[in-house]
Ligand binder design. Structure first.
Ligand code: DAH
Length: 346
């Protein structure tokens, strides 16, 4: 009799192993048959009392084993069904649905203005020169007529490298002048855009890092008039044909004579009074004729060659162009600020 029970259980095992519920209905039928409250094993438990005592243990184990097999088959089938179900869903693709909007990035205003400046000067033959941001004392100061203990060093507070006091984060792109004059042949006509650093307290008007563009033109017979016309062309290109400019005498150690160029901003409201200090004029760049001593420092013959140089802060140009009143906005990378400069995309 017990052999008969075992045979029936073997048959049930084969049935379980062969079954492959392929839908949730079939899975439910499987569950009812093998795992439900009236499952097929129930009567076999009932037979327990007819099983001889010495066989009870093995018989019980066999039934537990079958229940485990059934449960496992159920779990597997359920997992398979779930997987194919979501597989089916991904095929429910609505090809007529409108596309998801794609988030375009936008150029940083500093890059926009920098590219515009490069564009303006490349139209009149200036080529871009790029140089290192970690500079040595000679290129950043000494070659540019600012030897140690020169009071003009105080014009710019410097970040020196701890490991080597001869090295620093360049305080201006003028260091590229010295690099180019010692490595390129005359005539030279370059602009050098890039990042510069100064040990300054961060405020709405100044930052410890910003961008400059340097310009340098060296050739035979370059005059102050050439410089004036070049810078006027620049101001017109970036601020519009009607821009009013003026050159004001100034001082830089590496140029003689030196000047600063102002554009007329206007005095329409209180804000204009504040940012132009009541004059209506705003300084946009420093410039001058390259000091003959700088040419000598860089092994260029000052009797044969002359030239002019200029340097300007890019953030400053961008602030004027877009009427931004806090330089910190350029470095905070708040997308609400940056998004305003995205060009329209279709
Ligand atoms: N390097 C100067 C600064 O950072 C700017 C400058 C002034 C550059 C006059 C020049 C120049 O090339 O001729 O303030």
């Amino acid at each position: 009799m017990i052999a008969e029970l075992y045979q029936k259980l073997d048959a049930l095992q084969r049935e379980i192993e062969a079954s492959a519920p392929a839908s949730s209905e079939e899975l439910e039928q499987f569950r009812i048959r093998f795992l439900g409250s009236k499952n097929v094993f129930k009567p076999f438990f009932g037979e327990m009392r007819n099983v001889p005592n010495e066989d009870k243990r093995t018989y019980g184990q066999r039934m537990n084993e079958l229940r485990t097999i059934a449960q496992k088959r159920f779990d597997d089938a359920q997992a398979e069904l779930k997987a194919t179900d979501s597989g089916a869903k991904s095929h429910d693709l609505d090809l007529t649905a409108p596309g998801r909007p794609y988030q375009h990035g936008s150029r940083h205003p500093v890059s926009i203005v920098m590219n515009e400046i490069i564009d303006i000067f490349s139209r009149i033959g200036f080529v871009v020169a790029e140089e290192r941001e970690i500079e040595d004392d000679w290129h950043n100061f000494t070659a540019l007529n600012t030897p140690e203990n020169h009071p003009a060093r105080d014009m710019q507070d410097t970040f020196y490298l701890q490991a080597n006091a001869d090295l620093m984060l360049r305080t201006h792109t003028s260091s590229v002048q010295a690099r180019v004059m010692t490595t390129q042949k005359t005539p030279i006509r370059i602009i050098a855009p890039g990042r510069v650093y100064r040990n300054e307290t961060v405020s709405a008007r100044s930052h410890c890092q910003f961008h400059q563009v340097e310009g340098l033109y060296i050739d035979e017979d370059v005059s102050f008039a050439d410089m004036k016309q070049t810078l006027y062309y620049y101001a017109q290109s970036i601020y519009g044909k009607d821009v009013k400019v003026r050159l004001r005498p100034s001082y830089f150690p590496f140029t003689e004579p030196s000047a600063e160029m102002d554009v007329y901003w206007g005095l329409k409201d209180e804000n204009d009074y504040r940012i132009t200090k009541g004059t209506g004029w705003l300084e946009i760049l420093g410039c001058g004729m390259v000091d003959p001593q700088v040419l000598i420092n860089c092994d260029i013959d000052p009797d044969k060659y002359s030239g002019f140089a200029f340097g300007m802060g890019i953030e400053r140009q961008a602030m004027l162009k877009y009427r931004i009143n806090d330089i910190r906005a350029f470095f905070e990378n708040d997308v609400r600020f940056l998004r305003q400069f995205s060009t329209a995309v279709i």
